[in-house]
Design a binder for this molecule. Structure first.
Ligand code: ACM
Ligand code: ZN
Length: 757
């Protein structure tokens, strides 16, 4: 694609002409995301040429003017100049004080373009819309010579919601300021206006606090139990200033979150005396449940939090400060003398379905709210659990499990942001079948479902709708080891959420959104930003087995994109054969299948070994119904390591479950090898799956998984004769990607394969 452009560009430079891009399918029509709320499409186009100038009525929006000038100059190859008077063939930036802060107008006719707003933010959005009215190539990163024209149109637009957010978690895995700036650039295109940074959690303290340098000294590095450390990773004050200034230029507010009173282990590593038990604690990259939390009965916890929040408030100009408040496990408080003494002083008794400990949490949150709204002059925002046991009206609630809590909070007069996991807004969930997607949080969040999300709950009384101030996508980063995976999970679902947050429900249109997305994806290509393309599904196994003359395969994908394939082991490209709805194969081969976008990009490629197999004979001689277990100590990463295992135990057990997950502690790593027999009732093709590292059936390795311990859903087929078959299950007890392998059943499953009809 790029090479073709370059050749066209070189030819055109030699011939001094420009490259047409209007004929690209993804550039046809109007393709603005989020869809503007009022738009009238006219006749004709405005075309940028060597005499096009930009005129601005005021110097209030110099950075918007420069942005526009830079993009147009870069993509068109004309030196677009600022002019000091309005004339024909101009782009006019006009002020209209009657427009709201985020409101703007764009009027395009054949000889001029008007961008109208009352302030910089509105003008920024007008510029973003104009850029999206232009061909996708306007986003190109290097000087080019494209023909840039804009369809004549009148747009009058303002957002449905004032809070249009994205949360990123740099605790479980860290993202540099540059990584975050890339996402801010995309958010800005989508007119999103809040980046919520989850800066502290059990697995890391990621922001330097001058008064307490111990926090990053102790908790910016994590033990991974794999012979490596994770970190040190944290943001300095300079990093935060750089980020906040960058976001400010894009009219994005950065909201810091400091978790209290739960999810606070990283603070307790530095200050164990602020826990109920006194610690000590380790800084670990281990994901999951944590019951050590701040001791709510210790007043020094409040001193620490207030000191931290004072510094954080000074670093982030946002009017919001997020206090966390979610998932505070209260077991320790129940047993802690200090916590129980506080409950006694406060005369707390179980009330309205709330335990004493829940009321202790409410006491702590209310105390933080008084500090945040009082001394800091900011608005506290917190996850939905802050509602438990009562809350001051000024606190804003982030409804995360679903929208029910948000509806309750809004009905009692709290502002609410809907960040509903149940509706797919947790972008750490997979965007397709677990069998084909990278390991993710669990559960699915399809683009279509995210697009269909309605932030205002049906049960909320109309006069309370105003309290739903917006919506937010959340990206928890346990499953996001790097920025590539971050972008794979964020896009294009963030485009859907941007439209949910901006566009009136009656203006939304799923089919048209997909058309506009084709264009947006090319913009991301130009910026070098990654995104998810639906991966071929339907066939969900790593191989496809047949025993007769032929085999039929039927693939689908979640957006009905065309798919391409090869059968000779070569990588497919945009010119490979289009996959038919039923693919009939007569010979074994390596099949590679991928989905294809309108911009010519391919999804992750599925590779399936298509294998003609004879039914593996069952074992005829008498066999044991016991399981042979061998155990070794040490860290084993892959099959090379398994071969070197020195087994200290070699014994017979009745079933795998007799030496199951509860026998293992990931901090004492080791290897377990189980061998035995299983029975299949009929001759047939069977599909196997297992979370273990290896599963062998006879001398065939059907599962091989040295990397991922959670939701590893790779499935493999094998043809088996009716009767008993030998298996070997290899289980490496360790931490894999932050999840302990021994948290999940050690076992394997199999079922007869059903053919597509
Ligand atoms: C959350 O997912 N614990 C807010
Ligand atoms: Zn306590």
């Amino acid at each position: 694609m790029m090479i073709r452009y370059l050749i066209a560009l070189i030819l055109c430079t030699l011939l001094s002409c420009r490259v047409p891009v209007d004929d690209k399918i993804y550039n046809s029509g109007i393709h603005v995301i989020p869809e503007p709320n009022e738009m009238a499409i006219g006749q004709g186009v405005f075309t940028i040429d060597g005499s096009t100038t930009i005129y601005t009525e005021t110097d209030e929006w110099n950075s918007e003017t420069e942005l526009l000038k830079g993009r147009l100059t870069n993509a068109s190859g004309y030196d677009i100049k600022l002019s000091d008077k309005a004339s024909g063939n101009s782009i006019l930036l006009k002020k209209d004080k009657s427009l709201g802060r985020e409101e703007y107008k764009v009027n395009v006719c054949e000889d001029s373009i008007e961008l109208i707003a009352s302030n910089g933010q509105g003008m920024f959005y007008a510029v973003q819309t104009l850029l999206q009215l232009l061909p996708a190539e306007v986003e190109i990163g290097h000087p080019s010579r494209f023909i840039l024209s804009v369809p004549c149109v009148n747009i009058s637009d303002s957002p449905r919601f004032r809070y249009r957010g994205l949360m990123i978690d740099p605790c479980r895995h860290f993202f540099s300021v540059d990584d975050l700036k890339r996402q801010l650039d995309v958010m800005a295109m989508l007119k999103m206006n809040r980046l919520h940074l989850h800066l502290t959690d059990n697995q890391g303290w990621r922001i330097a606090i001058d008064k307490y340098p111990q926090l990053v000294e102790c908790s910016a590095v994590q033990e991974t139990y794999n012979g490596k450390k994770y970190g040190p990773y944290y943001y300095t004050k300079e990093d935060i200033k750089d980020l906040v200034d960058y976001a400010d230029r894009l009219h994005i507010d950065v909201i810091p979150e400091i978790e209290f009173p739960g999810h606070s282990l990283s603070a307790l590593v530095a200050f164990p005396e602020l826990s109920c038990t006194g610690g000590p604690f380790e800084s670990e990259q281990v994901f999951g449940y944590e019951e050590n939390v701040f001791c709510i009965g210790n007043d020094s916890v409040f001193t620490l939090m207030e000191d931290i929040l004072r510094e954080v408030a000074a670093m982030f100009p946002s009017k919001y400060l997020h206090i966390g408040g979610d998932e505070c496990v209260k077991n320790r408080w129940r047993e802690c003398q200090r916590c129980q003494a506080l409950a006694k002083r406060l005369n707390l008794k179980p009330k309205d379905g709330h335990s004493v400990e829940e009321q202790l949490q409410s006491y702590g949150i209310k105390r933080m709210e008084r500090f945040i709204s009082g001394e800091l002059g900011k608005r506290m925002i917190g996850w939905e659990e802050i509602l438990e046991g009562g809350l001051p009206d000024e606190a804003t609630v982030m409804s995360w499990k679903g929208t029910e809590c948000g509806a309750k909070a809004a009905s009692t007069g709290h502002d609410v942001v809907m960040a509903s996991m149940a509706d797919g807004l947790y972008l750490c969930s997979a965007q397709g079948a677990d069998e084909v997607e990278p390991a993710a949080m669990g559960g699915q969040s399809y683009l279509k479902d995210v697009y269909a999300f309605e932030p205002v709950p049906a049960e909320l009384a109309p006069d309370m709708h105003k309290h739903v101030i917006g919506t937010q996508a959340c990206l928890w980063s346990e499953w996001t080891p790097d920025v590539d995976m971050l972008e794979f999970l964020l896009y294009p679902r963030l485009m859907a959420i941007a439209e949910v947050a901006w566009t009136l429900p009656e203006k939304k249109d799923w089919a048209d959104f997909l058309r506009r997305l084709d264009n947006m994806q090319v913009r991301l290509d130009e910026k070098g930003i990654g995104y998810h393309i639906p991966i071929p599904e339907g066939e969900l196994t790593t191989n496809k087995v047949f025993t007769e003359d032929s085999v039929v395969l039927a693939f689908t994908n979640s957006r009905s994109l065309p798919m391409v394939y090869t059968t000779d082991g070569s990588e497919p490209d945009a010119k490979s054969s289009i996959l038919p709805s039923l693919l009939v194969l007569h010979e074994p081969c390596t099949l590679k299948v991928a989905s294809l976008t309108a911009g010519g990009r391919l999804s992750n490629v599925r590779t399936l070994a298509v294998e003609k197999q004879k039914f593996l004979p069952a074992v005829k001689n008498k066999i044991t119904d016991k399981v042979h277990l061998k155990l070794a100590d040490g860290l084993f990463f892959n099959e090379n390591d398994y071969e070197k295992a020195k087994f200290h135990t070699d014994t017979m057990i009745t079933a795998i479950a007799d030496y199951g997950k509860d026998k293992f502690d990931f901090k004492k790593p080791g290897l377990a090898v189980y061998t035995g027999y299983f029975e299949v009732p009929e001759s047939g093709i069977y599909t196997f799956k297992s979370l273990a590292d290896e599963l062998w059936v006879g001398d065939k390795r059907v599962i091989y998984n040295p990397t991922s311990s959670r939701f590893y859903e790779k499935k493999t087929q094998i043809a088996l004769e009716k009767g008993m078959h030998p298996f070997r299950l290899v289980f490496s007890n360790r931490l894999k990607e932050g999840f302990a392998t021994c948290w999940y059943e050690i076992d394997f499953q199999y079922e007869p394969t059903t053919e597509p009809s």
